[in-house]
Design a protein around this ligand. Structure first.
Ligand code: TYD
Length: 135
């Protein structure tokens, strides 16, 4: 699977770190929505779905977690732990986030407004649709 990362132009100085993220520039789409995931409980699993069309970029602003990416053929398990690096979460990738550190804060940049119709939450449906996509 071709996992794509974006490195943001972090500016550190003696006071700390500033990480700008510009829509349509650092991120390859117009950002229409931003959401955060935080205060995850021990053992929590987030995600466990795919999107039909939505493009997203996910960043661990603090702390760390694991993200499993599955395109229906191959699975990649990746650590998110760098606030200056965003992972591109493409459409039709089943993803699950686990192993959250207590201080983990995830920032997600999304190309579209929230649309429940874009979600594939049923694993069997995802496998059926992704099989078609790989033919
Ligand atoms: P969901 O995407 O299922 O969370 P996760 O994949 O992290 O486990 O969303 C959880 C709930 O929040 C669900 O009821 C939909 C709602 N929600 C919004 O209202 N707006 C949003 O932008 C998102 C991502 C979720």
């Amino acid at each position: 699977m071709n996992v794509k990362w974006i490195t943001f132009p972090a500016r550190g100085d003696a006071r700390g770190l500033l990480i700008p993220i510009e829509s349509d520039d650092d991120v390859p789409f117009h950002i229409k929505r931003v959401y955060s995931l935080l205060h995850m409980q021990s053992g929590a699993v987030r995600g466990a779905h795919a999107h039909r069309k939505l493009q997203q970029v996910i960043v661990a602003l603090t702390g760390s977690c694991q993200i499993k990416l599955d395109d229906g053929r191959a699975v990649e398990k990746i650590t998110l732990n760098n606030p200056a690096c965003g992972l591109c979460l493409e459409p039709m990738i089943w993803h699950e986030m686990t192993d959250f550190s207590a201080d983990c804060v995830l920032l997600v940049l999304a190309a579209e407004h929230y649309d429940e119709g874009d979600y594939i939450r049923d694993r069997a449906e995802f496998l059926r649709l992704s099989e078609g996509a790989h033919i």
